[in-house]
Design a protein around this ligand. Structure first.
Ligand SMILES: *[C@@H]1O[C@H](CO)[C@@H](O)[C@H](O)[C@H]1NC(C)=O
Ligand SMILES: *[C@@H]1O[C@H](CO)[C@@H](O)[C@H](O)[C@H]1NC(C)=O
Ligand SMILES: *[C@@H]1O[C@H](CO)[C@@H](O)[C@H](O)[C@H]1NC(C)=O
Ligand SMILES: *[C@@H]1O[C@H](CO)[C@@H](O)[C@H](O)[C@H]1NC(C)=O
Ligand SMILES: *[C@@H]1O[C@H](CO)[C@@H](O)[C@H](O)[C@H]1NC(C)=O
Length: 570
């Protein structure tokens, strides 16, 4: 029997990349059952569940994968064919009227619009200054944030944009397979003898309404809006008569996100405007947009302190809520994990149903605690605090460099796939590139790029929220998160002969990323670094990341904390 494909982080269950059926197999010696599972799960009921799931998933994994993904592929194919072929409802009847369009927009140069749109979500507002949606970690909807620089991403006066590369996450989704909310519905509310009173009476009639994995309607809206926003900001960079390649991978929510982006970006019909490359996300496939599938060490439970630290933090920040809510429940003893699952339920019901009765059960401090639990999780499992994360992001950063320098990759020694590195699938002459990926890849890529201003608060403590916390997941990897680079050409200061110099800057969720932490870049209030300087620093960083070692070698988690996403002395 093959080992059950299961990601160590699946117990936390609100991650993109942790669908237990998907990631690369974890060696059984590092399985959750063999290590700190009691810290993961404070109830024996969930331990039993996990052990059982291991057996079943191991035996029937392949069949389930087909049921989950293969059949939805067939459904989709059938639907498309029916839609195309129905002569009773032709899609083109002529008589469109005049259709002249205008010149391409370039709002990045003129006004740089910001984004605070969370309609139609309707969270309760405990106070005017507090918005729950900002404290949901990777389950927050994206919004314009800043990362410490007092500047907008508007193109500085006099500069022109030569190239933009966008790496974005999918939009809001249902919980991933086997996630906490479903377990809460079944094992707590569904337990024999369960009865809620007071603020929890609603649970006596409550019904679990969430799906799994795929985009919610709000998630579709987010990607459509992101497409509109990028067309308005950067449409100017399109080359007439040339169809660009945009990339995504094969998971349903990823593919659907790319198509919703395209609908917003191009307008409908969009199919003939560009090429959508769909690469395979599956265990053992090389893919820079789902690189954990070949980086075994990224999935090893014994290589992260994250789950243990999260459990400690939950015990602390959720204890008052546990006491308070237990008084309103009969028949079940609530664990801290159950309380965390109730907070997850609020987050998911908000982005799926628009509102949630779970949200008002928690106060502002408890929401800050919930957000911070995700910061520990992302820092220690998917970013600076885990030793294989710089290697996880290496493939995409190699591709970023290839496009920036217009030099094809010569070697395929990370998660890149040589089959897809032809001029057809990986062109180097676009001025605007769009790639769709997961939350955990954005947090890995900022590690690979060495954006260490986000690591300033590291290692993150498990007993308090640091002041001026530098790593905030809802600002880094929220739903529809977007990281993009601008290559700029600007006049050389003090000269009026038209001499220009090239710079780069990085923009994460509309906030300009400080680059003074990159060797040689220096301080720049607009977040710009001379392109050559940044390229050399990135080449050195990539050369220092030994993908094969970091991802595949058998090494132990060192005693001293990791803050650069690499094993020590490697
Ligand atoms: C019920 O919730 C309200 C706020 O929504 C709170 O003021 C009240 O104290 C709660 N009752 C209990 C028993 O927790
Ligand atoms: C590379 O991508 C192609 C096309 O998606 C796929 O057929 C092939 O299996 C991939 N190779 C690896 C090593 O993942
Ligand atoms: C990996 O490939 C890059 C070029 O893409 C090269 O510079 C580097 O030396 C290679 N690293 C290893 C460990 O083979
Ligand atoms: C896939 O990645 C491995 C590890 O970097 C590499 O050895 C292999 O050549 C890659 N395969 C392709 C088709 O690029
Ligand atoms: C918070 O961090 C930023 C970025 O490093 C720094 O500029 C600022 O001075 C810090 N503020 C406080 C109050 O520590």
């Amino acid at each position: 029997m093959a080992p059950a494909p299961r990601n160590h982080a699946a117990d936390d269950s609100d991650l993109d990349s942790n669908a237990p059926l998907l990631p690369a197999p974890v060696p059984s010696s590092t399985s959750p059952a063999a290590s700190s599972s009691d810290l993961h799960h404070n109830t024996s009921r969930s331990r039993g569940r996990i052990a059982w799931a291991w057996v079943v998933l191991g035996c029937f994994g392949v069949g389930l994968l087909w049921l989950a993904f293969g059949t939805s592929y067939l459904d989709r194919r059938d639907r498309d064919e029916r839609w195309e072929d129905d002569p009773a409802f032709p899609s083109r009847v002529g008589y469109e009227g005049p259709t002249p369009t205008g010149k391409e927009a370039f709002a990045a140069a003129t006004s740089y619009p910001v984004n605070f749109d969370s309609s139609p979500l309707n969270p309760p507002a405990p106070s005017r200054a507090f918005n729950i949606l900002h404290h949901l970690g990777n389950l927050s909807p994206w919004r314009t944030v800043n990362h410490g620089l007092r500047t907008t991403a508007q193109v500085p006066a006099g500069c022109t944009v030569e190239e933009v590369q966008l790496l974005h996450r999918h939009g809001a989704r249902y919980p991933t397979t086997g996630a906490g909310p479903a377990a809460f519905a079944k094992d707590v509310v569904g337990a024999e003898g369960f009865k809620g009173s007071g603020n929890l009476s609603f649970l006596n009639k409550w019904e679990y309404k969430l799906g799994a994995e795929i985009l919610t309607p709000f998630g579709r809206e987010q990607l459509f809006n992101l497409g509109v926003s990028f067309r308005t900001k950067y449409g100017h960079l399109l080359d007439e008569g040339k169809k660009p390649v945009f990339r995504t991978e094969s998971q349903d929510r990823m593919h659907a996100s790319a198509l919703n982006f395209a609908a917003g970006f191009w307008g409908i019909p969009f199919e003939d405007k560009y090429h959508q490359l769909v690469t395979i996300e599956w265990p053992a496939f090389n893919n820079t947009l789902s690189p954990y599938m070949t980086c075994t060490n990224a999935n090893r439970l014994d290589l992260t302190r994250g789950p243990r630290k999260m459990a400690l933090w939950m015990k602390q920040y959720l204890e008052p809520a546990r006491v308070r809510l237990q008084e309103q429940v009969e028949g079940v003893e609530l664990s801290h994990r159950d309380l965390f699952n109730m907070q997850l339920m609020c987050a998911y019901e908000l982005v799926a149903l628009g509102g949630s009765a779970f949200c008002p059960l928690f106060n502002e401090d408890e929401w800050r605690g919930f957000g911070y639990a995700h910061d520990i999780e992302f820092y220690d499992i998917f970013s600076f605090g885990q030793p294989a994360q710089a290697a996880v992001g290496k493939g995409w950063v190699q591709e970023w460099l290839a496009r920036t320098l217009k030099q094809p990759l010569g070697e395929f020694n990370s998660t890149t796939n040589s089959t897809l590195h032809t001029s057809q699938y990986f062109p180097l002459d676009q001025r605007l590139y769009v790639d769709a990926t997961h939350d955990t890849i954005i947090s890995a890529v900022i590690t690979t790029l060495g954006f260490s201003s986000f690591a300033r608060s590291g290692p993150l403590p498990s007993d308090r929220i640091p002041d001026n916390l530098s790593f905030v997941t809802s600002s880094i990897s929220p739903f529809a998160a977007n990281l993009h680079s601008q290559v700029l050409s600007c006049p050389v200061e003090g000269r009026d002969d038209g001499e220009t110099a090239r710079f780069v800057r990085w923009i994460l969720n509309d906030g300009v990323v400080p680059l003074d932490v990159i060797e040689g870049c220096g301080d720049n209030r607009d977040g710009m670094c001379p392109l050559d300087t940044f390229v050399s620093a990135t080449q050195r960083r990539l050369a220092s990341i030994d993908w094969a070692h970091d991802c595949l070698a058998q090494y132990d988690l060192p005693k001293e904390p990791i803050n650069d996403g690499r094993p020590p002395h490697a």
